[in-house]
Design a binder for this molecule. Structure first.
Ligand code: OAD
Length: 245
């Protein structure tokens, strides 16, 4: 990887680093992205049918079955060299935060200790009425319907953020703070189309951070970032870490 000397120096001197990640970060682990032209989930499915509170109200079984399918995909996935490079990077700087839009838990599996989940976690369930985390193991629902909350009998749903819903407040505030304090922000595998998360790299840029993008495709922020590397995360992140030394 060709790294401009000035960027290398900024990376070396960075005390505070944020890795902002999206679905492309998990692509090479076998978790499909949302918007890739051939393989993206939103090419085949309409988000309005599957990832909104209205969709769950209309047809809870359909949404539950779709998330069961995604859970199976995620359960079969393992972190790759890019996830491991980020976990290793954390060991080298005083403040390192992963702010992820992914719900698959692969950063934690790879050993990252400080992970802000901006869109929730697919492994967790919550009560759709009271929002409390359902810790009891949920038996498979009859006819593949969602199981019922043991407290109030409302249908259980995955603890993920759907379109039209607010981000988890604590994670969101912590991500804004981290972006504001970052010397370097890595924007990895995200199309940058879903707000408010997509504003995180620009917040860091405005505060003077070096913003480094890793993505095989250009995105809306490509022209604005400090440097953009065109390629896959599993390949480029270990190279970037090695180049920093
Ligand atoms: P997208 O599917 O919108 O974008 C995936 C990005 O990853 C694209 O820019 C790809 O070019 C890039 N990509 C693909 N393969 C890659 C690889 N091997 N290495 C690096 N990059 C790669 O996913 P997100 O930006 O995460 O929201 O989408 C944001 C949100 O939209 C998701 O969190 C989800 C979705 O609806 C919710 O579920 C709330």
């Amino acid at each position: 990887m060709e790294l401009d000397e000035e960027i290398r120096e900024r990376l070396r001197r960075a005390r505070s680093v944020v890795a902002f990640t999206g679905a492309g970060m998990s692509a090479e682990s076998g978790v499909p992205t949302f918007r890739d032209a051939q393989t993206g989930l939103w090419q085949r499915y309409d988000p309005a049918d599957l990832a909104t509170p209205e969709a769950f109200e209309r047809d809870p079984g359909l949404v539950w079955r779709w998330y069961s399918w995604r859970r199976e995909r995620v359960a079969a996935a393992a972190p790759h060299a890019g996830h491991r490079a980020l976990a290793e990077w954390e060991q080298r700087v005083p403040a390192f935060v992963v702010a992820t839009q992914n719900v698959d838990g692969l950063h934690q599996q790879a050993g990252s200790g400080r992970v802000l989940e901006l869109h929730g976690n697919i492994h967790r369930n919550i009560c759709s009425a009271e929002r409390g985390v359902v810790t009891e193991p949920v038996p498979a629902g009859a006819d593949d319907q969602p199981p019922r909350c043991p407290q109030c009998a409302a249908p259980v749903r995955p603890d993920v953020v759907w379109f039209g819903e607010a981000l988890p407040e604590q994670a969101w505030q912590a991500a804004i703070r981290a972006a504001g304090e970052a010397d370097v922000l890595l924007s990895i595998g995200t199309s940058g189309l879903v707000q408010p998360a997509a504003s995180i790299p620009l917040m860091a840029l405005e505060q003077g951070a070096a913003v480094i993008e890793i993505n095989p495709e250009p995105t809306p922020i490509t022209e604005r970032v400090t440097v953009s590397f065109r390629g896959p995360a599993a390949e480029l992140l270990p190279q970037l870490l090695a180049a920093v030394g």
